[in-house]
Structure formats: C-alpha cells, structure tokens
Design a protein around this ligand. Structure first.
Ligand code: FAD
Length: 242
C-alpha cells in the first residue's frame, strides 16, 4: 500500500484522511497538542471558549448523514441562539436562521477529535522540512529528525505556513504568497456575574467588532457566563497594515 503524510489535524486533514484511509496508509502530523486547528476551543479556569469557528451548517446529504450519527451520540448538537444584528447606526433587529446551525460538544475542537478516532495522528510534531528522498518524500521535524518517507504528502496548513515547508519543485509554490487572508482578533471574556443580554449571538455592523457569541449558550458548555467577541475583518486588516 502506498503511504501518505497529511500535514495538519484540522477539519481538512482529518476529512481527507478518512476519505483515503482505505486505499493508502495515512499518517497525520499536527504541530499542536490537540486536534481542530482553526476549529479551536480554549479552557481557562471554569470558562470554555470556541475562539475560532463558531458553528457549521450541513448543506449536502452526505455531510448531513455523517452528522446524524454524532448528533445521536450528543457529540454534535444544533445550536439555537437568540440572534440579533447590532448596528452602531441603526436599531438592533432580530435575525432568523433558516437552517440548523451545529456545534460540536463539548467544544468545537471535539469534532476533529471524534472524527479522528480511528486515524494515526502524531501530535506535537511540526513538519519543518520536505525533501525528495530515495523512495518518496522525506519529512523532518523542527529538530531535523526524520519523520519518515512517504509516497505522497498533502499539506492542509494555511498558505503562508505551507509556503515555509513545501519544496521549490512544488508547481504552485510561487502562488502561495499571493493568498490573501482575512485576519480576526478573538477576545475571550469570562464573567463572575451573569450580565443580562437580550441575545446569545450577534452579528455586529459598522463597528470594530464583527461577532459576539455567548459561548455558554451552546450545548454541553460549562454554565459560567463566557463571551467570544470577534473583530471586524476589515478593521483587523487595517490595523495589521499600520
Ligand atoms: C475566527 C474564525 C472564525 C471562524 N468561524 C467559522 C464559522 O463560524 N463557521 C465555519 O464554518 N468556519 C469558520 N471559520 C473557518 C474555519 O475555522 C476554517 O475554514 C477551518 O477550520 C479550516 O480548517 P483547515 O483544516 O483547512 O485548516 P486549519 O484548521 O488551520 O488546520 C491546519 C492545521 O495544520 C497544522 N499545521 C500547520 N502547519 C503545520 C506543520 N508545519 N506541521 C504540522 N502541523 C501543521 C495547524 O496547527 C492546524 O491544526 C472561522 C475561522 C476563524 C479563524
């Protein structure tokens, strides 16, 4: 059987590994301590925050049927927050969501963890170098140690990080630096008290903020009042360019 190294245990790497595991021997390398990548969850004291992806929808039959199994096991739940649009120049108005919005339980990162249960994932291992070996692609970690030789390598890391490690012979190498990113700052607030809010999630307009979520309103989270606030992308971009 041919061997495949996947770089990254986010949703792309895990999904890909599940699709290919029957036809190839898959090894996933992940530099972080845990799964999920930008489907990130952080615990601080009694508070838990999904500071990356907030929710997801299921728009294909195939994905919906995959989700149904995990919904039955309470590892995924439909989130039904009270949603508002807050606008610094207009009155707030209520938003309706016309399709289920799902969250992983007990945190967004758990989706990748449960999807990866049968997979060979090597955590805390940063792929730092990829070079042509005698029998395929030779991967090395940050200390220069060999991680193995593989017939194929797929990187799911964001373009700037992929640019650092993919070899010059990669046909699209020069395109990687052209990929534009929308930056986002994430503020995580844990409250000792329970402030009264008339929403659980809000899209914010005409502000430096873009999104506010009462994380503790999602299923399976600790009951302690925790807010995740995302910056407006345009504002964050202007700040980074200063
Ligand atoms: C603030 C924010 C909010 C978002 N909100 C939503 C939302 O509400 N709904 C939604 O559907 N999407 C949302 N998204 C987008 C969604 O999170 C991403 O599209 C998705 O998680 C990307 O998954 P990925 O597997 O492609 O990449 P990533 O999740 O980035 O995974 C790449 C992985 O590769 C690892 N890695 C990188 N380089 C190396 C290396 N050299 N060696 C080993 N490992 C490496 C990283 O640690 C990471 O775990 C949001 C994103 C952000 C940042």
């Amino acid at each position: 059987m041919k061997s495949l190294a996947i770089i990254g245990a986010g949703i792309a790497g895990i999904t890909l590994a599940r699709q290919l595991q029957d036809i190839t021997e898959v090894h996933i390398f992940e530099k972080s301590r845990g799964f999920g990548g930008r489907m990130a969850t952080r615990q601080n004291g009694p508070y838990r925050f999904d500071h990356g992806a907030q929710f997801f929808t299921a728009r294909s039959k195939q994905f919906q049927s995959l989700i149904n199994d995990y919904v039955a096991k309470n590892q995924i739940a439909a989130w039904q927050p009270r949603v508002l649009t807050l606008d610094t120049q207009e009155k707030p108005f209520k938003r309706e969501w016309f399709e289920p919005h799902y969250v992983a339980v007990p945190g967004m990162n758990n989706l990748c963890k449960v999807l990866a249960q049968e997979l060979n994932v090597i955590l805390e291992t940063r792929v730092a170098n990829i070079e042509a070996g005698e029998k395929g692609w030779l991967l090395k970690d940050s200390a220069g140690e060999r991680l193995g030789q593989f017939d194929w390598v797929i990187s799911t890391s964001p373009a700037p990080q992929a640019d650092e490690i993919l070899p010059e012979c990669f046909a699209y190498k020069s395109k990687l630096s052209d990929v534009a990113f929308s930056p986002c700052f994430s503020l995580m607030l844990g409250f000792e008290s329970t402030p009264k809010l008339n929403f659980d999630a809000a899209v914010v307009r005409n502000s430096v903020l873009g999104w506010i979520a009462l994380n503790s309103s999602k299923q399976g989270r600790p009951p302690f009042f925790s807010l995740v606030v995302h910056s407006d992308n345009e504002w964050a971009l202007s700040l980074i360019h200063i």
